[in-house]
Design a protein around this ligand. Structure first.
Ligand code: DQA
Length: 147
């Protein structure tokens, strides 16, 4: 069976397309999902693409991913900078985790420079817009290759 990767998107990412397009780009969340599904197909993996504005729901999905998925790609959005609960959930699962951000969080306000996701992540991709999700999926497919 193909490896299944959970793609977790945090708060306000449902507003992509109309939300600060000069920072986050013109693609909508549906465009991003289509791009991830197309990329996954070429890589021989499958994706389970989700978004929530609720911290507890994100925590529940991460816990579930420890059983139902082989990897997690996460853009925790603003929770990246605030959520110990999301960090603890990520640290509790043993599948590989890749952190993604559309914008370059290090080029922005100081409070965005710290990530609670990074201590649990194998790697981080930021600043490359929607293409960052493609690169993260490529990296994930490589990590999941049988050795
Ligand atoms: C973001 C960066 C975060 O700082 C911000 O709160 C977001 C999106 C990004 O993808 O660039 O909502 O994670």
């Amino acid at each position: 069976m193909a490896n299944r990767v959970l793609i977790v998107n945090g708060p306000n990412l449902n507003m992509l397309g109309s939300r600060e397009p000069e920072i986050y780009g013109k693609e909508t969340l549906a465009d991003l999902q289509a791009l991830c599904e197309k990329t996954a197909k070429t890589l021989g993996i499958s994706v389970d693409f989700r978004q929530s504005n609720t911290e507890g729901e994100l925590v529940g999905w991460i816990q579930e991913a420890g059983k139902a998925h082989q990897g997690i790609l996460i853009n925790a959005a603003a929770y990246t900078h605030t959520s110990v609960a999301i960090m603890d959930a990520l640290l509790s699962v043993s599948v590989p985790i890749i952190e993604v951000h559309l914008s370059n969080i290090f080029k922005r306000e100081e409070f965005r420079h710290h990530s609670y996701v990074s201590p649990a992540a194998k790697g981080v991709i930021c600043g490359l817009g929607a293409h960052g999700y493609v690169l993260a999926l490529e990296a994930m497919a490589k990590l999941l290759e049988p050795r």
